[in-house]
Design a protein around this ligand. Sequence first.
Ligand code: KIV
Ligand code: ZN
Length: 511
Amino acid sequence: MSEIVKIFDTTLRDGEQSPGASMNTEEKIQIAKQLERLGVDIIEAGFAAASPGDFEAIKKISQVVQKSTVCSLARAVEKDIKAAGEAVADAKHRRIHTFIATSPIHMEYKLRMKPDEVIRRAVEAVKYAKEFVEDVEFSCEDAGRSEMGFLKEIIDEVIKAGAKTINIPDTVGYRFPHEMGEMIKELKDFIGDRAVISVHCHNDLGLAVANSLYSVLNGARQVECTINGLGERAGNAALEEIVMAIKTRKDIFKDIDTNINTKEIYPTSRLVAAITGIEPQPNKAVVGKNAFAHESGIHQDGVLKHTETYEIMRAEDIGLDRNAIVLGKHSGRHAFKKKVEELGFELSADELNKAFERFKLLADKKKEITDDDIRVLITNELSSAPEVYKLKKLQISDCSEGVPSAAVTIEHRGEEVTDAGIGDGTIDAIFKTIDRISGYKGTLNDYQVTAVSKGKDALAKVVVKVVFEKDRPAVIGHGLSIDTMIASARAYVSALNSYISMKDNFEAQRG
Ligand code: KIV
Ligand code: ZN
């Protein structure tokens, strides 16, 4: 019997801390369902105290996820732990993950606390978390730069207080693999079977995966990671790389396994890319677009003769179907439904009808509709707020000379309103005109455009982050079209609809 290394996925929490990776609740639910299909043991669904949106997303994920444990992060403060406990209350398997910094630099400059106080806070936090859940994880933030003596002291106390998992984060990605391995070995000798040792490695020096693997070899039995290596700054250890390394190098990881269904790795990576708009770099290990592409003639020849000449993993093992059926104009509802199911979506009859309508409109303009096109089409449909405002028409000026301008028609409460405006650039003109029509004034915090698939007729996906009112959180909007300007206008209108829906929710909660 192999020993299992638990996979703790933090795409929805640390991953969401990647610049530009914010997701709305519906998108988080889609990702959580896919993570469950992938077989992750624990889903860190967010940081409940961070915002009402985070809280709501964790609560909803707790209601839909059945097999994986759902977890919320909480600082070692009462209000965070309470929010975390309430957010995961409905989960079949639930966990609170509480943390406090343990490195001298963090304790002195960030926390401004003496080590004794940090231990006291940690113990109180674990005990309080135990009032909400049985399964409590404690993290020594910046453990990578903490002193071993102090780590042992605090770990001993939190285990006595009831922590079942002790996480050792290399918060700033400072450690080298051999150092990480030595640290975990010493902690394993100290902790024994009293708690599971977990690691959480950041990638500032590009060592997050190597550090995680060395930790496993030295006794860690939980690894915290994200899909596509998303995460704060240079990101977290990439789930797909850790899992495939353990699977591929059975000679090194002899009796060690994970519960991951590796065939769901590629679909999960694509879903996360579709939702966040953040594409893995083409040469990214395991899931990059080139990871299984052979360019040189010698390599191609070798692979054709015997795949193992240049491939250490099989594309099929990560669920990359190189012969996936591409849909088109003549594909009917039945083929579309089948494809949607194969991609792992569970749609109601109404959602399927709407998605099919969008598919047909796209197929009129685009010859081949790929799996990625369908993924973004559906996630876009599912994640959109009710369409209080709807883009009907867009006309832009010739961009080559003169002042950029846009004429926009928007439907609002059954009425169509048209206006035109100018701007510093075409996108600016479009957004300003939408502001004029709606009466709201948005400040654009982020704008991203990605091509969903290849070719001149590739679908453009635009993601915007907009603040419509000071002191209210930014909202995300998505827009799709084979025309980038239309996709941009749709994204902005979608952000406006999200804002209105958020405002209505707040007001309804306030009563
Ligand atoms: O990087 C880190 O230390 C973290 C902790 C909150 C686990 O994300
Ligand atoms: Zn982190």
